[in-house]
Design a protein around this ligand. Sequence first.
Ligand code: HEM
Length: 427
Amino acid sequence: MKLPNRSSVSRREYLKAAVAVGGTAGLAACMEELDEDEPIPTGGESLGDRQHAWNETLELDDDGNHQPPKHHVLRYVNLADGIAPADAREPFADALESLSDAIAWGPEGLLFTVGYSPAYFDRFDEPLDEAVDLPAPQELPGPESNVTLDSVDLVVHLASDRPDVLLEAEEGLFGEAAATNGVEIPALDGLFSFPEYDRRTGFVGAGLPADNQDIRGISGEPVPDEAPFFMGFRSGFAESQPTEDRVTITEGPFAGGTTQHVEKLDIQLNAWFNQENHHQRVAKMFSPEDAREDRVEGVGENLGNATEIVPEEMEDLIEQAREDGVVGHAQKAAAAREDGQPIILRRDFNTTDDEQAGLHFLSLQEKIEDFVTTRNAMTGAAIADGSGVGPRLNNGILQYIFVRNRGNFLVPPRELQSMPTPTGTIE
Ligand code: HEM
């Protein structure tokens, strides 16, 4: 990935590209472009035990929905050959603590989580505490093929509204910067190695997808200006997100933590926009009834803090699919709710990694099983078996999205965020 010629792209597009390029070159481009002396807010405040407690720092939009940070980087990291978790524990803890000292916790500063995979825990003699549900990632039932199952040791999710802050944080942690916002971050030389596709980047928020639609395979400029996501609709309404409490592990040494699923999806945007009209897109994304009743205007600006979808049992969805010949994505996903609440907290973001429109679908849940339950509802295999709807065709948005990578992680409570043991003991 190279930086585009400054004069040929918009400012937003250039800043997004700077994040995708990363490193000192990306950071320099960002600083030059922003050319503002806006200081980076300094951290050091005491943070609670939940790494995933982001909501209280996020702004609310006019409808009361949490606004996710605009820019994101996922860094995939392995322990280097010959390095045991115990060797890296203290240096990594110092580095993470220094990062929190350097930059304030919040979207105007930095939000981050560190998550550990089943492969990380496999190296220990003891099994992972039984209160944690963290199976190895797998291909799931439904039309999937060639999914790479990520087996990297850990993933660091960094997020900020400010691309310069994001890159400075990343450089401080993994690069060669002497200081981050004036705070020295101890170097982690030799402790880590980096797999192929170790850096995944993205963005979310009104305007950013439209500004970044000039990519392979997309003709014209189909993405609406105000859309926060590539497929053209608002998402993450307050009523279709669970609370952070709902996705927090409540028992055992990892209480206060959560599990994280990260999935890379390619999106066939050209087909979505050019083969379908607004009515069909609403039917497939929300529900056929929403389309019939014209309930979704534009990108969904009229929707407030909820979709109009009333969660239904799978049986009723099969019946409805027989009548309408189509079933909506949000409708199917809502069938997985428990006690009226969704069971996965979505913090997904758009990407143009590999010059391909896509989504890094990142969700938090108490158990990975909650993700699998929701994903199976979204796949709607029973609907495909029991109606004229196909495994992909007219089955929500499945015709347009293709899973490329998938990984599962444990995001431990903060005191165990550096190289936890499977039993949570602090050695
Ligand atoms: C390109 C991919 C995707 C797009 C564009 C997308 C978009 C949307 C939209 C527009 C909604 C309704 C509005 C809202 O968020 O409140 C929604 C709901 C939802 N989606 Fe997706 N989604 C995608 C992939 C996924 C995946 C992979 C999952 C994983 C299972 C998922 C799970 C859900 C859930 C749980 C809901 C809320 C249902 C409820 O109201 O209970 N989505 N999505």
